[in-house]
Design a protein. Structure first.
Length: 290
């Protein structure tokens, strides 16, 4: 999963747009089916997602002359998500304590002590930051178990961020292309516009509304607008944060894992802050209701 250091294009060409659609047509039904299955199947998917996303993040840091421990960082990230699935705070704490110890030992064992602070800090960030935030996807699917609700309700909870991400990105892309004139944050991402940002919000609200229709009474219209608006804003902050990092590194994509989309980190950057928000919003809502 190598990153590509090439100039950033202004628009996607027809071939790239076709690749985007073909990739989406393959992955979207598969992901929805895995979410529906839940339990160990979905947990395994999230574990692999977090491990590979962490690896991508650690890999691109090498362009900044850092040398993070990529395989160990990705492995540690996977273990963190496993502890989240079992809700084992003991093993989560043990994983963190042991992981930081092993990273320190790895760094002490280097033959050349060059920028150890960078290497340790980057490994810790990749091993914990991404898996912990994305790992809330597991919490969402298992949320009904906490409140003695039907397990199928977790399907709709976990489906929420995926439809929000897919819908919001589509809205931002197409409305930005059609109407985008006012730059959102040009020093970070020159292509993004305020019009596209508004499109993201609108399409995200629609995505939450679709989940409301599918799930029956799990969400109300206040939830639709609250989750849609704040979820969209947090998703765009995550997207812009990754854009900031990629611009600093001078790369277009985190990898070529997803044809037409770039890497997993490119596809799921918007989930980093949005997914925890959705989880804690629903958790508090259920505490109040039940």
């Amino acid at each position: 999963m190598e990153s590509e250091r090439i100039p950033i294009k202004k628009k996607f060409n027809k071939r790239e747009l076709t690749l985007r659609w073909l990739t989406a047509l393959f992955w979207i039904p598969l992901i929805i089916y895995i979410i529906y299955l839940g339990s160990y199947f979905y947990a395994t998917f999230v574990v692999l997602l977090c491990a590979f996303t962490s690896y991508e993040f650690l890999k691109i840091l090498e362009y900044k002359n850092m040398a993070p421990h990529k395989l160990f960082g990705a492995t540690m990230g996977a273990v963190i998500v496993i502890t989240m699935f079992y809700r084992s705070y003991f093993f989560l704490s043990l994983t963190l304590a042991t992981g930081y110890l092993v990273i320190s030992i790895f760094e002490l064992a280097r033959k050349k002590a060059d920028k150890p602070t960078y290497h340790i800090a980057s490994t810790v960030m990749g091993a914990f930051f991404i898996p912990w935030l994305l790992g809330h996807l597991v919490f969402l699917r298992e949320l009904p178990r906490i409140f003695n609700m039907p397990y199928i309700d977790g399907f709709y909870f976990a489906l929420l961020p995926f439809l929000m991400g897919w819908g919001g990105d589509s809205g931002a892309y197409f409305i930005g292309i059609a109407f985008g004139k006012h730059k959102l944050l040009p020093r970070v991402s020159p292509k993004k516009s305020w019009e596209g940002a508004v499109g993201n919000v609108i399409f995200t609200i629609v995505a939450v509304w679709v989940v409301k229709l599918l799930s029956g009474n799990l969400l109300n219209y206040f939830d639709v607008f609250a989750i849609g608006i704040f979820g969209s804003i947090l998703s765009q902050i995550g997207d812009l944060t990754e854009s900031l990092i990629k611009r600093d590194i001078a790369i277009k994509d985190s990898s070529k894992f997803l044809p037409g989309h770039g890497g997993l980190l490119d596809r799921f950057d918007g989930f980093l802050f949005m997914v925890p928000f959705v989880y804690y919003y629903l958790y508090v809502k259920l505490v109040i209701m039940l």
